[in-house]
Design a protein around this ligand. Structure first.
Ligand code: PRX
Length: 646
């Protein structure tokens, strides 16, 4: 923990939307009078029918129910596009920066309107109706944004699947959402490499119901197979439909999207977000956390396949009439200067990225940064995992020239928007701390028994009351929603994160306390990697844990027991890594894989992960009590054959 404190810079005190005093006042009101507070802030959206009922939520274990603005009626695409046309038709809504630095594009709000309407009409012609689920498996091109907003326009529910996921992962998500429509592209392009999205979709659909329709965007022009009756080219269909499409009137609690995310058990679950509360929260957090002012150029480097892309590339910024930058590529292509060159090229003022990218670029050396100007930058942001103080300091000193505050924003797919964060004009910064709660967020720390911890303490992070951006349910499985988030500590939302609160009341997220790994800011369940491993014919059993990794934050360490008669080898190790990549996607690549003749189990057969974690973390001296193991000797073997860190 760093004890350095960075005060709010003088110029920020002058121009910021809120100072410390205003933050405290607004925060207090959001907690003590939520109905009044949120009714007032709901005015930032355009409603067909203004909500009168504001908050109707219960965290009670036997009745978890979350409704916000339930009698309100609105449309998300109208809020993100139509309402801006009067004032900003010619303002750039989206700056698109291609994988190849030679290509970029600016899309005005008027163009966005036409593109989204056209896309909506194409979807309608394919048979998409209000409430239908549309799976979007796309590269980072403007059409991904058009497709999402088109769904919102016609009341369809999008389910974006990150383009790095495998055909199997895609199929699982299509089937779980009972989605009959897929939007994809011929190929994606990242770091000069092609990603076979259409071919992956073809492969995935072999495992689906067989009555899906596919809309294909032409991105690279690479050859793809088109199946007559199932697949259509977007550009051909778009030419046949008008550039006007009436928006659906949606109730605030109608679903807006599903986004699959990993948990500690089972398959990824479909996190369901609804219309009114989500949009309000995305828009409000975007404005206050990034201190967004009219005319700012804002860039979030996430992929739209993750929640950060949903809330802070698309919905938050566009609801605020901002200019949002969408980047197709990767941080180190063509060189490790790419981020900083893009910032200079488009004069970016606000830059939001992940610690894993910062650590990787830090490793590439300061020269890549120093050769660029970055004078346009005013604010930096971090998201996705704890940022270590060294990376924070480097980001502040080298990238931000000691001039730009850093907002370290803690939140989750489930929370819809940022919940714990500094506000740049209000909050003194401490490197590595997400600092204080955003409006409407009531965090607390509890011990393993659920007893509240007061003052300075470390414990499990829970949230005591609902906020508008909260997920409403797990798609198709409300019971799983209740069990996952509300059963560990009754009456509270459990985040799955460990956290420390310091003497100033600042929150320091320490990482997941469940079996979820945060690998390069991507969430993975150990159970998912384990089930991918055991689906290999030579594997009998597998246990997966995380270990500290310099760049990724958490690396994936796998212990694998082979079928009787099988022999571990480097070739088999590579084969298993490839197998996991094929089953889940490259983000799940095991970093270290150890063949283990036996796993440490209790007499009742439960794997003692605590011991496996300690060995992976190199902490053998501290294994704790191993006397309950059925066969304590397996531990010596595991230690003797531990894989070395790369
Ligand atoms: O462990 C926390 C970590 O990322 C988890 C949520 O992952 P996901 O749903 O994929 O959403 C990522 C983007 C919001 C959290 O449970 N996390 C996220 N932001 C931070 C963080 N950990 C520490 N500091 C953060 N700023």
């Amino acid at each position: 923990m760093s004890d350095k404190v960075y005060p709010v810079p003088a110029q920020w005190k002058k121009r910021a939307l809120v100072n410390d005093e205003q933050y405290k006042k607004m925060y207090a009101e959001s907690i003590t009078a939520p109905d009044k507070f949120w009714a007032k802030h709901a005015k930032r959206l355009d409603w067909f029918k203004t909500p009168k009922k504001i908050k109707n939520t219960s965290f009670a274990y036997d009745n978890v129910s979350i409704k916000w603005f339930e009698d309100g009626v609105l449309n998300v695409s109208v809020n993100c596009i139509d309402r801006h046309l009067k004032k900003r038709a010619d303002q750039t809504a989206i700056i698109w920066e291609g994988d190849d630095p030679y290509y970029d594009k600016k899309i005005t709000y008027r163009e966005l309107y036409e593109q989204v309407c056209r896309f909506a009409n194409v979807l309608k012609k394919q048979g998409v109706k209000k409430g239908d689920r549309v799976t979007i498996y796309m590269p980072m091109i403007p059409e991904a944004a058009y497709a999402m907003l088109a769904c919102a326009r016609i009341g369809a529910v999008h389910s974006v699947v990150f383009g790095g996921f495998s055909p199997d992962s895609l199929a699982g998500r299509i089937n779980d959402a009972q989605s009959k429509f897929v939007v994809t592209a011929d190929e994606g392009l990242r770091g000069g490499k092609k990603v076979p999205l259409k071919a992956n979709t073809d492969e995935a659909l072999k495992k689906c119901s067989g009555d899906e329709k596919v809309v294909v965007i032409r991105r690279t022009g690479g050859a793809v197979a088109m199946q007559a009756g199932r697949d259509v080219w977007y550009h051909e269909e778009a030419a046949k439909v008008p550039a006007e499409c009436k928006p659906e009137k949606m109730k605030a609690e109608d679903p807006l999207f599903i986004l699959y995310t990993s948990g500690s058990t089972g398959k990824p679950k479909g996190v369901l977000h609804t219309t009114g509360g989500y949009l309000l929260f995305a828009s409000m957090t975007h404005q206050y956390v990034f201190d967004y002012h009219d005319g700012d150029i804002y860039w979030c480097t996430a992929d739209v396949g993750w929640v950060t892309g949903h809330s802070y590339i698309l919905y938050g910024p566009l609801a605020n009439g901002a200019t949002t930058l969408m980047f197709e590529g990767v941080p180190n292509y063509p060189t490790a200067s790419r981020f900083w060159e893009v910032i200079d090229k488009h004069q970016v003022n606000i830059f939001y990225t992940a610690p894993t990218a910062i650590r990787a670029l830090m490793g590439a050396g300061e020269d890549f940064v120093k050769r660029t100007s970055r004078k346009s930058l005013r604010l930096l942001g971090s998201v996705g995992e704890p940022i270590n103080p060294e990376a924070w300091e480097w980001y502040h000193r080298v990238v931000g020239d000691d001039r730009c505050p850093i907002v370290d924003t803690w939140w989750q797919t489930e929370t819809g928007g940022i919940l714990i964060t500094p506000l740049p004009g209000a909050t003194k910064l401490k490197p590595g701390s997400a600092t204080r709660p955003f409006f409407g967020c009531k965090p607390a720390l509890v011990d393993d028994k659920g007893e509240f911890l007061k003052g300075e303490a470390s414990g499990n992070l829970v949230i005591l009351d609902s906020w508008p951006g909260q997920m409403r349910t797990v798609y198709g499985d409300h019971e799983r929603f209740v069990q996952t988030y509300f059963s560990a500590y009754k009456g509270m939302y459990f985040t799955g994160d460990g956290c420390r609160r310091d003497k100033d009341g600042y929150y320091w997220i320490t990482g997941r306390v469940d079996d979820v790994l945060n690998v390069s800011g991507h969430r993975l369940g150990t159970a998912e990697v384990e089930s991918a491993l055991v689906s290999h014919p030579k594997v009998s059993e597998a246990a997966v844990v995380g270990y500290p990794h310099d760049i990724k934050g958490t690396g994936i360490y796998c212990y694998v027991t082979l079928m009787a008669g099988e022999q571990g080898s480097d070739i088999l190790r590579k084969d298993l890594v490839t197998h996991v990549r094929k089953e889940i996607g490259p983000i799940a690549s095991p970093d270290l894989l150890q063949f283990a003749p036996g796993l440490p189990k209790t007499r009742s057969g439960k794997i003692m992960r605590r011991i496996l974690r300690k060995i992976a973390e190199d902490e053998f001296g501290n294994l704790g009590d191993t006397s309950t193991l059925a066969d304590p000797a397996v531990v010596d073997d595991l230690i003797a054959n531990r894989q070395n860190k790369k």
